[in-house]
Design a binder for this molecule. Sequence first.
Ligand SMILES: O=C(CO)[C@H](O)[C@H](O)COP(=O)(O)O
Length: 174
Amino acid sequence: MSIAWSKKSASMEALYHPIVDLAIDGADEVDPHLNLVKGRCGSLLREKMVEGACKKFVCIVDESKLVKHLGGSGLALPVEIVPFCWKFTANKLQNLFQRSGCVAKLRNDCEWKPFVTDNGNYIVDLYLKKELGDLQIASDVILRLAGVIEHGMFLDMATTVIVAGELGITIKNK
Ligand SMILES: O=C(CO)[C@H](O)[C@H](O)COP(=O)(O)O
């Protein structure tokens, strides 16, 4: 059985085993349909590639990560973009979700330089005041923009979410 656990072992597993039996990872948000937001640490592309290659993806979170809708925590929805013309891409992303009160901000590192992902790209964080609506449509329009590599919505990917709460553990299955 091949298991992807940490970011490094996940990449190695994906390299040697194109189909991984099980991935275990955290998330930044989980909605009632087990859709996730990931990537606030910046490695959303590799995580999505590995978890997309897994037969089972178990996500472990505490109950603070549960949201009514993605973006509902008030924290960002990350989008990985190429550095070239990043302002142009960030503006396009912001304009796509104007109705949701979207504000797009380039993510900086602790030295106030642009945060660079493990793939040499930038991250634009989308802050949303309202729901995105149909998440699959939102995903498609983001991915259609030239300059966008991937976004942090993991739609219909988690097969199980384990939620740790004050009263114990809840297991949610797809
Ligand atoms: O998506 C992620 C990294 O890109 C993480 O899984 C997410 O940030 C959860 O982290 P933690 O379990 O430490 O709160």
